[in-house]
Design a protein around this ligand. Structure first.
Ligand code: GLN
Length: 537
């Protein structure tokens, strides 16, 4: 096998003990401190699920489905990567087992293996390595996070692939960081390192000797924990970093840098030592930790309330908008279904300064969401409708104007007034599936609208993920409904943004601007909404 050119350095991030302790944040933070040294950094997530992408994964279980500009439906960690590294990733950065296997099987069917027996090693593992190397091309450092926990049956081929990578690119050019968890036993007041020791042993058993240990815990363990872990794992004390729970996830790069890890990594990889410039990052952390004098209460009308990771990018965009406006954004989760049936519960909306109509799929809670949009309109309460939230606002306004049964065909296939429907339905074709509008789409903003003013430009690009559209058949009625179409696709055929004419802020977008929001550069639409909510207060 050809040895890959070694001008890219690789950092592999694995996890032990248990999942869900912030491996993604750690990987993103490693990238942040390297980028702060002027290095070009790319990053990729390997997910052991047999899914081909995250499009079909239940967000209540897996959290948000993050969409890249090129239309990939990915794991929410890619959202962290984009926000921490301030880059735009592509499909290549999300590698799920299902995709790997499908590509290998397609190659087999295409006769590419010339009659050979196709096996996990080398065919699957080589395919993973080739994909990693292709994604890394042109960057100084490429970070690869392997999802799940080392030792899981399903992640074995990824672990083997990264082990082989060290032979392929040379040990000097790669580094293995293992994220472990150290529990604290309140009863005896002890930190227990045994699970972490075992996790390192597990990794070594698979042929990988970790260079770095990132130690997650609820509270900060004493120094002796480091000494103990170092002794049992063989990892230098300098390369063990303690990551107790932080008040904000954005603190993690500063903790890594503060513990000297940046120099450990560059030293180990033979990268020229330069000081890290984390000035703007420190500003983000400071604003995230500040308690402002003013607060706004934002009600988000949600279907999933158990796992708030479901709306990760959106809540990050709201929070960052608060930081940029010196205001605390207090988010209240409002159960759309309960709004439908519980009058008392509806009273809760009285305390809100603004309402967000969230993205979503399926009819559950739709009447509650429509009720909330209507409430916001009537009470001149700022309303920001994101994707489904925009569709909901259109339905609410149509109903107000007398189309009492107006609906989306997603919620009611036989509505007499399908003000939201699929394009196929609109042109009288059968729905064939696979017709999602995904990734970047251009939108032209109408002059004189709020949207145009907020964006400050006539043409914008935002990411999309939806199947349903505003029904063009009703467009000439919008004015009577009190709505303005403020943005359309360049050819005018798709409604992209709407707003109510006589309302302080009643704005809907078919897109997901939250995917492009950054902690230090919050999206203008979210910022405008937070400011309108503050003004309402
Ligand atoms: N379910 C709606 C559609 O498919 C909205 C999707 C979304 O909010 N992302 O069009």
């Amino acid at each position: 096998m050809a040895r890959a050119k070694a001008d890219t350095k690789y950092v592999f991030v694995t996890g032990g003990v248990l999942s869900g302790v912030g491996k993604g944040i750690t990987a993103a933070s490693l990238g942040t401190i390297l980028k702060a040294r002027g290095l070009s950094v790319s990053i990729q997530k390997c997910d052991p699920y047999l899914n081909v992408d995250a499009g079909t994964l239940n967000p209540a279980e897996h959290g948000e489905c993050f969409v890249t500009f090129d239309g990939a439906e990915t794991d929410l960690d890619l959202g962290h990567y984009e926000r921490f590294l301030d880059i735009e990733l592509t499909q290549a950065s999300s590698l799920m087992s299902g995709r790997v296997l499908r590509e290998v099987i397609d190659a087999e069917r295409g006769g590419k293996y010339l009659g050979k027996t196709v096996q996990i090693i080398p065919h699957v593992t080589n395919h993973i390595q080739d994909t990693i190397i292709k994604t890394a091309k042109g960057f100084d450092v490429h970070i690869v996070e392997v999802g799940g926990t080392v030792g899981d049956y399903e992640s074995l081929s990824f672990i083997e692939a990264i082990r082989e990578m060290s032979m392929r690119v040379g040990l000097d050019n790669c580094l293995f960081a293992h994220v472990v968890y150290v529990p604290y036993l309140g009863a005896s007041g002890e930190f227990k390192t045994k699970p972490a020791q075992n996790a390192v042993r597990e990794l070594r058993g698979l042929g990988i000797v970790p260079d770095i240990l990132a130690v997650r815990s609820e509270v900060k363990p004493p120094k002796s924990t480091v000494a103990k872990l170092s002794l049992f794992s063989g990892v230098d004390k300098e390369a063990i970093v303690l990551l107790p729970n932080a008040s904000t996830i954005y603190q993690v790069p500063l903790t890594l840098e503060g513990s000297g890890l940046g120099d450990v990594i560059t030293g180990r990889l033979g990268i020229r030592r330069v000081p890290a410039n984390l000035t703007s990052w420190r500003r983000v952390v400071k604003s995230a930790q500040t308690k402002y004098h003013k607060s706004v209460k934002i009600g988000v009308i949600a279907k999933y309330l158990d796992n708030q990771d479901t709306y990760m990018s959106l809540t990050e965009a709201l929070k960052a908008s608060g930081w940029a406006s010196d205001v605390n954004v207090d988010i209240t989760w409002i159960d759309a279904e309960q709004l439908e049936k519980d009058k008392q519960y509806r009273e809760g909306l009285k305390d809100m300064d603004g309402i967000v109509g969230l993205p979503g799929f399926g009819s559950r809670g739709s009447e509650g969401k429509i009720w909330a949009a209507n409430y916001a309109y009537e009470n001149k309460l700022p309303y920001l409708g994101i994707c489904l939230g925009m569709q909901i606002s259109i339905i609410a306004m149509a109903r107000r104007a007398g189309l009492a049964k107006a609906n989306s065909t997603e919620f009611d296939a036989s509505t007499p007034d399908p003000v939201i429907s699929t394009m196929a339905e609109q042109v009288g074709k059968e729905n064939t599936g696979g017709t999602m509008r995904l990734g970047d789409w251009t939108c032209v903003l109408e002059s004189g609208t709020k949207a145009r003013k907020i964006y400050g430009q006539a043409e914008i690009v935002e990411r999309h993920r939806h199947r349903y559209e505003a029904n063009n058949r009703y467009r000439d009625q919008y004015e009577d409904w009190g709505l303005r179409i403020s943005g359309t696709s360049p050819d005018g055929t798709l409604v992209e943004m709407v707003e109510a004419a006589d309302h302080p802020f009643f704005v809907g977008t078919q897109a997901h601007p939250e995917f492009r929001s950054r902690p230090n550069r919050p999206h203008p639409l979210y910022t405008a909404f937070v400011r309108a909510s503050l003004a309402k207060k």
